[in-house]
Design a protein. Structure first.
Length: 186
């Protein structure tokens, strides 16, 4: 039996009723008993500005970094905006991966999934996200890839995932990530 794992989950969307926030909420319920997935809201992070790092990180950034450091991995659920990752996600990576006060992404296991109403899901966004995470030193799980396409047909107006295969893909991704963290920690 694998050891207890704590994973921090973040959504690349700030919109309260976004598909990706709903997927992240569902993911917290689809974890295995030995895994705790805690969500973190990125809305308090200021726009990255190196001047703000002088004398230490802003309080919200320090809290975000501490949350990552206290976890065993980072699970990201991201939308795709104009074939790329959302600005809020890039901003979070820039803060967490900054070497000025402590790059908390260095060697941090990271995985991602994403939901979109388009037929392509979030493939382009996830590719950019992987590139930025790797550049910051994170250890990014490459497979399985989960692109939840046509999310508007799989998530109802109350934010409930109604498509059983989608729930199974989310659970499978979380299981693979937990196993991958166990492998990386050896």
């Amino acid at each position: 039996m694998p050891g207890q794992r704590t994973i921090v989950g973040i959504s690349g969307s700030l919109r309260r009723d976004s598909f990706n926030r709903h997927v992240l909420a569902a993911a917290t319920e689809l974890t295995e008993p030995h895994v705790t997935l805690n969500t973190y809201d990125l809305s308090a992070l200021p726009l990255f500005n190196g001047d703000l790092e002088d004398g230490g990180d802003p309080a919200s950034v320090a809290e975000f970094k501490r949350t990552i450091l206290e976890s065993d991995g980072l699970f990201i659920v991201t939308p795709e905006y104009h074939h790329g990752m959302p600005g809020v996600m890039k901003n979070a990576i820039d803060w967490a991966g900054s070497d000025a006060n402590h790059n908390v992404l260095k060697d941090m296991p990271a995985a991602m999934i994403g939901a979109s109403p388009t037929m392509f899901g979030t493939a382009f966004s996830q590719q950019q996200l992987k590139q930025s995470l790797i550049a910051a030193g994170a250890s990014v799980m490459q497979q399985p890839s989960v692109f939840i396409a046509r999310a508007n047909k799989k998530i109802d107006e109350n934010g409930v995932i109604t498509h059983e295969d989608t729930k199974a893909m989310i659970a499978s991704s979380l299981r693979a990530f937990s196993e991958w963290i166990d492998h990386k920690k050896k």
